[in-house]
Design a protein around this ligand. Structure first.
Ligand code: NAP
Length: 253
């Protein structure tokens, strides 16, 4: 702990588990106050206790919300600002995925992935980015994916949602950098989390999951992006497990 983020307020979406949870703990270890949000209140409450137990002085606020819903994001904004006054670092992390072909994927799958991955990103950025521009200080960090960099067989809808985030982040950076607001995209390959279990994309008992990155590896990248010296910004961090090729599937027979 270097206390590099003491005095800063970070809001992390999808913080009930996985990468978001690890990012919240890592940012709090650096001294940031954290607002943690997702739908599962019990998991957020446990995380708040864990942040307090770090004894870094970091306070944590849990705000249960379905981030696909504008009203929930409005309430999230109101509660975060009432408690901490401002949000300095926004981590757009909440996300879901399901694999399949065009024949098997449904319009419900489209809405689920696009709304959770992109609409939540839009709503949260719209809620917190303008004040960063006004203050001439802040950071918006995206947890994108290798699926936001290249089309991957069987991932058309997940690809679409992650490419959408990538284009949004690139365009946002033009609005941000001249106002001293950093935009950073972190694009991991496989990370061993709950991701893909709900949709049946991944099997929790698959031994290959152990070769994936851990949430804490991605959380370290979030802290790195959030702690850059004043004159620079990291726009893109690509991360892969050692066993995964740069192009997923490459080299497989
Ligand atoms: P995870 O363990 O399944 O966590 C996903 C998080 O998103 C949970 O906290 C979940 O909380 C939240 N969430 C889902 N729907 C939501 C909604 N409607 N409103 C608010 N929160 C919602 O998966 P993860 O791997 O940590 O995923 C985090 C991000 O990493 C995603 O954007 C994913 O695309 C990206 N990513 C993951 C991998 C990977 O291999 N795991 C690789 C590259 C990128 P609740 O269910 O409590 O709402």
């Amino acid at each position: 702990m270097t206390g590099k983020l003491t005095g800063k307020v970070a809001l992390i979406t999808g913080a009930s588990r996985g990468i978001g949870r690890a990012a919240a703990l890592a940012l709090a270890k650096e001294g940031a106050q954290v607002v943690v949000t997702a739908r599962t209140k019990a998991d957020l409450d446990t995380l708040v206790k864990e942040v307090k137990a770090l004894k870094t002085g970091a306070k944590a606020l849990a705000v249960p919300a379905d981030l696909r819903k504008e009203k929930d994001v409005d309430k999230l904004k109101a509660k975060a600002l009432a408690t901490f006054g401002q949000v300095d670092i926004l981590v757009n992390n909440a996300g879901v995925g399901k694999a399949g072909t065009i024949a098997t994927l449904t319009t419900e799958d489209y809405d689920w992935m696009m709304d959770t991955n992109m609409r939540s990103t839009w709503l949260c950025t719209k809620a917190f980015f303008p004040a960063m521009v006004e203050r001439q200080d802040g950071a918006v960090i995206f947890i994108g994916s290798v699926a936001g960099l290249m089309g991957i067989p069987g991932e058309a809808l997940y690809n679409a949602s992650k490419f959408a985030q990538m284009g949004f982040a690139q365009a946002l950076d033009y609005e941000a950098h001249q106002h001293n607001v950093r935009v950073s995209m972190i694009a991991p390959g496989g990370v061993h989390t709950h991701f893909g279990f709900e949709s049946g994309w991944r099997d929790p008992s698959d031994a290959k999951l152990k070769e994936f990155l851990d949430s804490e590896d991605v959380a370290d990248a979030v802290v790195f992006a959030a702690t850059q010296p004043p004159k620079g910004r990291i726009f893109m961090i690509g991360m892969r497990p050692m066993r995964e090729a740069l192009t997923p599937g490459a080299g497989k027979k």
